[in-house]
Structures are given as C-alpha cells and as structure tokens.
Design a protein around this ligand. Structure first.
Ligand code: SAM
Length: 262
C-alpha cells in the first residue's frame, strides 16, 4: 500500500517511519511512505499555506490552492488512492475502520493545522473524514501516524507472525488476554501454572476464558456485538452456574441477605 501524508511539517514523519513496524513494512516492500510538503505547492515569495477566515474570527485556515495541488500530485503518484482528512469532526477511528482501510491500494492523509482546511477541499477532494477521538489536537500529523500504524499492522506480511494482528484486542469484539514473560516468579507474584504446563489445549482454553473475563470486566459493550462460539457459550454457562451456586449458598447459610429475598 502507498501512504502519502500531506503536511506542512513533513519532518515530523521521519522518526515515525524510521522505527518499529512501519519501518519494517517499508523495508519489506509491503508499503511505501512519503511525506508531501504542502508548502512545496504554495506560490508567492513566502509560500503561504494559510489565510484569515472569511467572515472574521480567530485563527487561520489552510488555503485551498496549495492543498488542491498537493492532493492532485499525490493522486498522480498513487491513482485510486483514498483521500482521508484527519479531523475531529470525522467518524471515530476503530479497528474495524483500520481493517476497511487496510485493503486500499493507497491512502492520502491530509493533515490539517490552525482552524482546519478550506471547506471546498473537503467537499471536492476528501473521500473520508476520520477522527482519532473526541478531543482536539493542534494538527493532523499525530492522528495520521495513529491511523497509519493501526492500518499497517493489518496488511499481510507487515507483522512477523501472520496471525498476531488477528489475535489483537478488538479484532473480534474481544479484548486480548493478559501476557506474561520471564521470570515465572516476580516478587512472589507467580505466572498462572497452566501457562507453564506445555499443554497447548489447556493454554488456549485459559486464554479464551481470560479474554472473556477481561472483556466482561472492562468492556461489556463489546460482548453485546459478539457472536459467541460454542466453546465460549460453554464457559459463560459455567460462570452462570458458579454464580447461582454462590448466591444459593449465600441465602442458605444466612451469611448475608440477598436483595429482594428478605
Ligand atoms: N477548528 C477545528 C474544529 O473545531 O473542528 C479543529 C482544528 S484542529 C485545531 C487542527 C487540525 O488538527 C485539524 O484540521 C485536524 O487535521 C487535526 N485534528 C485535531 N484533532 C483531531 C482529532 N481528534 N482527530 C483527527 N484530527 C484531528
């Protein structure tokens, strides 16, 4: 996939694609990445890329002409690429959107600054407006990096193990189980025995249950979207039996009155 970030601060991207998974994907030829300096498409002695807003008010707005020229240039380099404007007003980025974008041939990521970009650019050139969350940053560069990293992880060949991204949190409406590494005993805090057992079936079962418990405790909303497998239903039914048993014991032993049963 071809990534082009349109920005007035291209140098911000260099460190980003010199490290980690993005660097690896570039080296493997899985992606290409370039920062396109919008200022290179500005005219006049001062190469101005922003101007005052019509109608008055605070702040500056990114001018349409340099942006249009930069987008057209990027589209020539990657015909068929999807043009994404990073904006707090866009649809909120999720793992699902990352998966949707990961099958594109190219992404042109427009990074706004100041009060944002001229509205006519949004209307005429932008295919998709994406926000990384309900808060406002100063520029679209960090959001573009966030989006790019999440998308690159999903492109086949970009990660070492082909399956690792599929097991990540959110990939199937479940949070991932906890992870442990050496030492097995850290300040008397022990790694669960099953993970040391070498019994792969038991380890998988433990991970499935740990994942379900974690999602139940932290993000119940995700479980509502999930189609459980028969193995997961069995685990949840067992929880229900265990909870019923505890409640029954509670009322029989008189240890504590249950609400509604006094
Ligand atoms: N005036 C704009 C508004 O109220 O919607 C906010 C402009 S913001 C200060 C400047 C730029 O930062 C935006 O054009 C956008 O590219 C980027 N940006 C800020 N917050 C963002 C977010 N949550 N997600 C994606 N991009 C964001």
């Amino acid at each position: 996939m071809n990534f082009q970030a349109l920005t007035i601060f291209p140098e911000m991207f260099q460190l980003f694609w010199d490290h980690g998974i993005v660097r690896r994907a570039i080296e493997l030829g899985v992606i290409t990445a370039a920062a396109v300096n919008i200022r290179d498409f500005a005219s006049g002695r001062h190469l101005v890329t922003d101007d005052r807003p019509y109608g008055g008010g605070n702040g500056m707005v990114m001018k349409p002409e340099p942006l249009a020229a930069a987008i057209r240039w990027a589209l020539t380099a990657a015909p068929g690429a999807r043009t994404v404007y990073l904006s707090p007003q866009g649809r909120v980025f999720t793992q699902e959107i990352a998966a949707e974008l990961s099958v594109q041939s190219g992404l042109i990521l427009i990074c706004g600054r100041y009060e944002g970009i001229d509205e006519r650019i949004c209307q005429r050139f932008v295919d998709d407006e994406i926000s990384i969350g309900d808060y406002v940053l100063t520029g679209g560069e960090l959001p573009a990096m966030v989006l790019m990293e999440a998308v690159v992880r999903l492109i086949p060949g970009a990660l070492g193990g082909e399956t690792s991204a599929q097991k990540d949190s959110f990939s199937d409406s479940l949070l991932e189980h906890g992870h442990y590494t050496r030492p097995a005993n850290f300040e008397d805090d022990l790694v669960p025995d099953v993970l040391l057992s070498g019994n792969h079936a038991q380890i998988e079962k433990w991970r499935m249950e740990a994942s379900l418990i974690r999602t139940f405790l932290k993000r119940k909303d995700l479980l509502m979207q999930r189609r459980f497998t028969p193995a997961e239903i069995k685990i949840i039914q067992q929880w229900r039996l265990d909870i019923d048993h505890i409640l029954q014991f509670q009322s029989l032993s008189g240890a504590g009155a249950l609400p509604g049963r006094q």
